[in-house]
Ligand binder design. Structure first.
Ligand SMILES: [Zn+2]
Length: 284
């Protein structure tokens, strides 16, 4: 991607290098599996965020360490991509006579507080509607990228764009509509609605990439392939096969690899918001 020497968002709060009270997150294969599932399936709505609160007065005082050059660079990258999402969504919202309320983004390591409870790196990237903030631990993210074999800067941009899009869905009232169904339907049905919400997020991440390319010419050779690879790597079927060895479609919450790639590409090719009504689609 071409991202250097471009505008950085002022909505990033960098909490890396600040660690408050550290909690042991456990070890072994079980926690790896849980971590992967959290990242890919559960994290977005904050439901995987554990409900333990950090007490600011308890534990050892916050320690800070200086960030490495590599960490600083990664932070810059995230800030530029977030700025790209601001440019695109401000434009698309105002095109519809609406105003876009830009979300915040918190970079953290290990553990931090969020409006949805305590965020652990194992929660994976997620969007918290309560404080309209995206939370990302880049260290954990790098590890997962390696594990899932989804490398590349555009793979990272796709994940950021996907989380930001949950904020877009929140602002458009789509997320509230979906969450209000949770108490009315059984788990299997609710999972199906979640899949539609998530596939729409993949579509809208594609719409973002389409317009960011038009506005900023961000893509280099191989970037779209990185995005496709990343979208495919986080399909429910592939994750389930990897973590439990078999596939349970009723438990899908994000859609299959094939679906995620297809909706992302549809958004990327058309850039047309009106084609992303996954809730009305007969064929997902
Ligand atoms: Zn999501």
């Amino acid at each position: 991607m071409r991202w250097r020497n471009r505008r950085e968002s002022s909505n990033v709060e960098d909490r890396r290098g600040l660690s408050g009270k550290k909690l042991a997150v456990g070890g072994g294969i079980g926690s790896i599996v849980v971590a992967i599932l959290y990242l890919l399936l559960g994290g977005d709505l904050g439901d995987s965020v554990q409900d333990l609160q950090l007490s600011p007065q308890g534990g050892s005082p916050a320690e800070s360490r200086p960030l490495t050059a590599e960490e600083k660079d990664a932070g810059k990258f995230v800030s530029v991509i977030l700025a790209d999402t601001e440019d695109v969504w401000n434009t698309l919202f105002s095109g519809q006579g609406k105003s876009y309320l830009e979300p915040r983004l918190v970079l953290f390591s290990d553990l931090t507080t969020s409006g949805c409870g305590t965020a652990q790196s194992a929660s994976g990237p997620f969007y918290c509607p309560e404080d309209r903030t995206v939370y990302i631990d880049l260290g954990f993210f790098a590890e997962i990228q390696k594990r899932l074999n989804a490398p590349g800067d555009f793979a990272m941009a796709y994940v950021i764009a996907h989380e930001v899009v949950h904020h877009v869905q929140y602002q458009l009232g789509i997320m509230d509509r979906v969450m209000s169904q949770q108490s009315r339907v059984d788990e299997r049905e609710f999972n199906q609605v979640m899949v539609r919400l998530e596939l729409q997020a993949d579509f809208l991440a594609g719409v973002w990439a389409h317009h960011a390319q038009r506005m900023q010419n961000i893509l280099e050779e191989g970037d779209v392939e990185e995005g496709i690879n990343a979208a495919g790597a986080v399909g429910d079927d592939r994750i389930q096969r990897m973590t439990q060895g078999y596939v349970v479609p009723d438990a899908f919450t994000h859609g299959t690899s094939e679906q995620r790639i297809r909706w992302f590409l549809k958004g990327f090719k058309t850039g047309d918001l009106s084609q992303g009504d996954t809730f009305a689609a007969d064929d997902l």
